[in-house]
Design a protein around this ligand. Structure first.
Ligand code: CP
Ligand code: NVA
Length: 315
């Protein structure tokens, strides 16, 4: 069966750990890596704007000796010019994997159902699993082990939050979310994350108090108040989220070694104070760099799993 990476928990816990080990190795070995994707082509398709995802995927594929084909949906007309299932079947005849950034998770599921090559979620309305890989890689660089660490998510229960809930839980972390009323993460995701956390010795806590979430946390993370596609709600969201900015005062409640994460792009003075994102706890540019390393690892996991070794075996 073709394996896809549409949701963060499409990886089992041991596979996630192996992918993160491999990502760390890619970071150390950059420039000296084997051409593990030689002879392979990957389509990278965007329905929404991107800086990091576009650059890091293209570079990941090229640096591993593969061929990256970047295509904007405006050319394809996914589901408009042509049925999504037909696009999936055509692309499967040309390339070895399809990476898609799309407005709806359902479009990814439809593409994956008809594709005979792996499909990777490069952000949907529902998840951003590649971001979660890079985020956890960044946490590991600062706090060594993930299990037992506490991550506080402040703000919208959005796509990035969903993937971090799932990947954090699979890694045995304690994930706390503080969201404004009406902006909680989806209950089905919280339920799945809670099951993973129970199995891995972590926990999931969902609430509406940023201070409670941030207290003694090892990681404080946030994201924009208005995601791509929600621009019509931005005024209402600015009001609803006004007390959810990550400030120096909030960071002061966290552990003294706590780091600040943000997937970027960021809006200083909205979800995060400039003094926090540009301050000593911020690791946002490591996070952005780690997209490159983590995506190399996930592509290898899907296309040449033998290079990663057995899941759970340390790289
Ligand atoms: N974090 C992230 O996915 O950035 P882009 O939207 O620029 O790709
Ligand atoms: N939640 C944001 C993430 C951007 C990388 C969005 O979907 O726009």
């Amino acid at each position: 069966m073709t394996r896809h990476f549409l949701r963060a928990d499409d990886l089992a816990a041991d596979e996630l750990a192996t992918v993160l080990d491999r990502a760390a190795r890619h970071k150390t070995d950059r420039g000296r890596q084997a051409a593990t994707l030689a002879g392979k082509a990957v389509a990278v398709v965007f329905e929404k704007p991107s800086l990091r995802t576009r650059m890091s995927f293209e570079l990941a594929i090229v640096e591993l000796g593969g061929h990256a084909m970047k295509i904007d949906d405006v050319e394809i007309g996914l589901g408009r010019r042509e049925a999504i299932s037909d696009v999936a079947k055509v692309m499967s005849r040309y390339v070895d994997a399809i990476v898609l950034r799309t407005f709806a998770q359902a479009r990814l599921e439809e593409l994956a159902a008809a594709a005979t090559v792996p499909v990777v979620n490069a952000l949907s309305d529902h998840e951003h699993p590649c971001q979660a890989l890079a985020d956890l890689q960044t946490v590991r660089e600062n706090h060594d082990k993930l299990a037992g660490r506490t991550l506080a998510w402040i703000g919208d229960g959005n796509n990035v939050a969903h993937s971090l809930l799932l990947a954090g839980a699979l890694s045995g972390m304690h994930v706390r979310v503080a969201h404004p009323e009406g902006h909680a993460p989806e209950q089905a995701v919280v339920d799945r994350a809670s099951q993973h956390a129970a199995a891995m010795g972590g926990s999931i806590t969902i609430g509406t108090d940023p201070a409670a979430a941030a207290t003694d946390a090892d990681v404080v993370s946030t994201d924009v108040w208005t995601s791509m596609g929600q621009e019509g709600e931005s005024d209402a969201r600015r009001q609803a989220f006004a007390t959810f900015q990550v400030t120096d005062e909030l960071m002061a409640l966290a552990d003294s070694e706590a780091i600040f994460l943000h997937c970027l792009p960021a809006h200083r003075g909205e979800e995060v104070a400039g003094t926090v994102i540009d301050g000593p706890a911020s690791r946002v540019f490591d996070q952005a760099e780690n997209r490159l390393h983590a995506q190399k690892a996930i592509l290898e996991h899907l296309l040449v799993p033998e290079v990663l070794g057995e899941p759970g075996a340390a790289a």
